[in-house]
Structure formats: C-alpha cells, structure tokens
Design a protein around this ligand. Sequence first.
Ligand code: C2O
Ligand code: CU
Ligand code: CU
Length: 497
Amino acid sequence: MKNKTNFAKSKVSSRRRFIKSLTAINLLPFITSTTVNADNTKPVRSANTFAVPPLASGKRSGKTVNFNLKLGVSQTQFFKGVNTATLGINQSYLGPVLRAKRGDKVRITVENQIGVGSTLHWHGMMLPASMDGGPHQEIKNGESWVSEYEIKQEASTLWYHSHQMHQTGAQVYYGLAGLFILDDDDSHQLGLPHEYGVDDIPCTIQDRRFKRDGNLSYIDSMHDRMMGMEGNTILVNGVVTPLLKAQRSLLRLRLHNGSNARTYQLAFSDERSFQVIASDGGFLAAPVTVKSLRLAVGERIEVLVDVSDRKVVQLQSQQSSGGGMMRMMSGGSEPFTVMTIDAEQVKESAHTLPKTLRAMKAIPDPKDAIKTRQFDLQMGMGMMGGGFRINGKSMDISRIDFEVMRNSTEIWEVRNDSPMAHPFHVHNVQFHILDRNGKKPAQIESGLKDTVLVQRGEVVRIIMTFPEYSDSKVPYMYHCHILEHEDQGMMGQFVVV
Ligand code: C2O
Ligand code: CU
Ligand code: CU
C-alpha cells in the first residue's frame, strides 16, 4: 500500500521543501539502492541542553478548560545551523504538554495548517468515540475541529498524536505528537516531586534518521516498512541526546516512548536502581524498584531517580529488544545513550521515596467478563504490504469488526505468532494484564495500561471494563502501535453500544 502525501501547493518555500521531502516517501521503498545513506549524518553527541516542553494549562472558565492547538509546517534545528523540515503543534516540532484535572471538561480546538488532512488522537483517554481523534475525525487542511469531553480518569501521563489514515507514521515522525498530563484530587498529596520541569520532568523519547541535507528520512527500505521505522539518532523532547542539569536530588521522570517502532530497554550507565511509580493509566500501588525497564512504542512509565550522589550518569538503552531482525544503531550490542543527567548542582529534594502510592482499582474479576475475544497479530511478507493483519483482516475504515457493550467487562487474548514483537493498543480503555503465556505479569505491569507489548510466541490476556460512552456509528480503534504496521493494516475498529 502506497502512502499518498499530496501536500497542497504553497508559495511558502519552507513548505515547498517540506512537500518535496514528504513526496519522496512514496518512492523510497522502490529505490532503496540509490537512496542517500542517512547513516552518515553524525549527531552531535553532547552538550545539547535538555528542553522542557512548554506547559499548556488552558484557559479556564468554570469547569471548562479551553486549549487551542495548531498543527503547522515548520523548520527545526536539531543540529546547529542545519534546518530540518518538521511538523509541529503550536511550535516547530512536537507540541506543548497539556495539563488538566479529573472533573475538568476540556475543550480542545485543533486547527490544521499542514497542507493535508490530519487528526489528533488522545491516546489513553476514556471519551466519546466522536471526540477520540481517530481516523474518522479527519481535519481537512485549513479547517478546525473541536474535541470536548470530561476527564473521568485518574492522574496519569497520556499523550496525543496524529492518527491520520495511512499517514500516522509519517505525521508523527515529522512531529505531530505531545504529552497530556492528568491530575486528580490526591495526586499532589502523594509526596511525589511535582514541580513541572524542575523535579517532575516529561521525557518523550524518539529515534530519527537524518539525510545528509539535514532533513528527516522516512522509510528508506523494505526493512523499514516491514520492521517499522527505526532511526539512528535519539531525541528527547526534540533534542538530540540531551544533557539535563538536575536541580533536585530526587527526580521524577515521565518516560514516554514516542518513537514509531523502537522498543527501549532503559537503564542507567552505573546500573543504579530506581523506582517505577506509574504505568500508562495511573499510579501503581507502591513504588517498584528496578534496574532497567522495557518501554515499547506508546507506553509511558513514571520513575523516581535518586541523584543525591551528584554524579553524571547516562540513561541508556540496550539495542532494540523488539524483534528478531533489527537495525543496529552502532553496529554492536553496546548500549546507546538516550540522555545524560548531570547532578553536580542539585539542591536537596523536599521529597522522599514514598512507601505506598495509592490503593489501586481492583482488577476486574475474570468471572465477570461477558465475552472473551481472540486477536491474532499477523504479518505477511508481501512486497506491497497488505500482509499486516489482525485475525486475517487488514484495516478497512468502512468495516466495523465487532460491537462491545458499554459498562461491560471483556477479556481480550492477543496472540503473536509473527516474527517480531508488537505493542497492542486499545482506544477508550485502561486495561489490566491478566497474564503473559499464562504467567502473571511483572509488578511494573500490574497497574493500568493502554498499550502492551506482545512478544513473538506470546499470548497476552488483558481485561477491561468499557466506559459508559456509546455510539453505534463511530468506532474506536485497536491496533499495533508500530506506526508503519498500523498504517499498513494491523488495525481494527469496534463500536461500543
Ligand atoms: Cu496512540 Cu490509536 O493510538
Ligand atoms: Cu490511542
Ligand atoms: Cu506491529
């Protein structure tokens, strides 16, 4: 399946250059041997200052919080003096961190000025289907869309991103994504670091590949198309392997995998232990001490890191653990740096590590499930794609795959007999993992989740109770969150009635 990217003609030269670079996407898979070798651009490996994304708290009037987001075409300097064509939301690359509280009614106006259709999806949010921002809520170029819903879930780190049919991979890759932090009444009373950008730090981790001319390179080969697009340069909040000058001795990092395809296995260079406090949909019952953790595409994990030793330490990742065949970042199995934390100047934190966080919502009883469904993640090796399927079917926007009853509990069994791992994501719910191949999940996966990595050869059972929203016409999506897989058909649709 070819990506059709017909950007509207424009007199703006930056836009024209951008159009050129995106149009090349259509041709690249078929001319791999003559493609510029992107691996020659050596990223600047040090001294890029960590960037805290701007925080958008919206304009309040009563219970309603208004946000305005504008999707636009821009240029970003990832490398000094080199302009890279990008897409951004209220800024040149990525978007602001939105913040709202349980009980708020958010009203988000999204204006699309990128030259082609787009959408903005609220990943992890429980909300009416027509407000979800999936492929059915396309915003034509030059138009606006208003998404309005009440926040009915607990404090968590969610995110938002383009979900344009067949274009999600390209649009997210160029920059259409951001974080959405939710608070609730007692999330500030847990004694956790919570000063935004000071000791409570969002970290959107992405990998990108650059061409010699400084522009991003998206899909250079059949390999990229099949395995998903992995880059050779790490960005955190849009900055190449940045240096964070820590200000407090206890840091809370909101780690978010905003990559297209890469799974990270994160650990510190000195193998220090740290605490996991939250997964996709909210806090765990108590902090869990780990030395490393896996973060698949779409997942968020909040951690506490004690840097009171005032050292300089790297947050690193092992090479992708996502698949059998994978692109090596630097040839070997050496870990690569995601970011550096310099704690030399820290002030002592007023916070200490809490013993417990909060009582977790009980996992629904499997006996209460009125339905068990099977999902088989499949990838054929066809030259033109189309081999990406769930239960033998490739995504068809005019086909509803099944109906779910509102307020009902279901078990979904997700099976992966394909040659690589797939992060499975469901819209409109926060689920619990019942088991992986019959075994209880690790403690850090015991909380609320909206995305779960299903390894090859694995069957993962998840359980969830669907919210009260119903709409017999507008569906929600479930899909693999490797964006190239999603774009090529590893996605389906359900309605809640
Ligand atoms: Cu994060 Cu269907 O998306
Ligand atoms: Cu989603
Ligand atoms: Cu996949």
